[in-house]
Design a protein around this ligand. Structure first.
Ligand code: IMP
Length: 201
């Protein structure tokens, strides 16, 4: 037990239902319960940093201050190599307001075609930040590499899942059962680092 695991009710500093569901499924096996930012009435801070890590930290610290709980935040996104890493930290913003990820996926396809790109390789990146209400913040980063396919396939995931095929597979994250995605995703890789640091120390 340490300063993080002695708190049994965590906050997930996110308003994204897809992320909250995945993070909850990852932490529940460790005997923790977690509530999302909406349930805890936490405001959504502006993402003013220019890295995944910076934005994850900013959200976790705001979540811990606002809730008085240990708060876990995720900042993640899709980097497309032929688009110089876009949409990257702007992955959510590419979907507009209200969020429409089919429009965002179409924008990715249009940009690739406009550049005449033939290399559709991409990666998902996830930074997880764990903030203590009166202690330090720890950050972990994971990635999963793969390539994009169009048109989008499958409706099991969220965000850009329907166009992303991870390395070594021939189905998209959108077509995969959650357990399969959890075993290989960028979020799972970051989470494994968190587990090794927090639950095994
Ligand atoms: P933010 O971290 O809330 O700024 O938004 C990250 C955005 O990246 C999400 O809204 C999704 O569009 C995208 N994203 C992050 N992780 C995933 C994933 O596992 N699957 C699909 N899209 C993702």
């Amino acid at each position: 037990m340490n300063e993080y695991t002695s708190h049994k009710a965590w906050a997930i500093a996110s308003h994204n239902a897809g992320k909250i569901k995945e993070i909850r499924e990852l932490i529940e096996p460790y005997g923790l319960v977690a509530n999302g930012a909406d349930e805890l009435n936490l405001p959504e801070p502006e993402e003013t940093e220019n890295t995944f890590i910076g934005n994850a930290e900013l959200k976790a610290v705001a979540g811990a201050k606002g809730s008085g709980r240990v708060a876990l935040a995720d900042d993640s996104g899709l980097e497309v190599f032929a688009l110089d890493g876009d949409p990257g930290i702007y992955s959510a913003r590419w979907s507009g307001e209200p969020r429409d990820f089919y429009a965002a996926m179409d924008k990715v396809r249009t940009e690739l075609e406009a550049r005449g790109a033939t290399d559709y390789s991409a990666r998902f990146v996830c930074a997880l930040a764990l903030a203590h209400p009166d202690g330090p913040t720890r950050v972990y980063e994971g990635e999963v590499r793969g390539h994009l396919t169009f048109p989008p396939r499958g409706n099991k995931g969220f965000g850009y899942d329907p166009i992303f095929i991870p390395e070594g597979r021939d189905i998209t994250f959108g077509e995969m059962d959650p357990a399969q995605k959890h075993a290989m995703s960028h979020r799972a890789h970051a989470f494994r680092l968190l587990v090794d640091d927090i639950f095994k120390s």
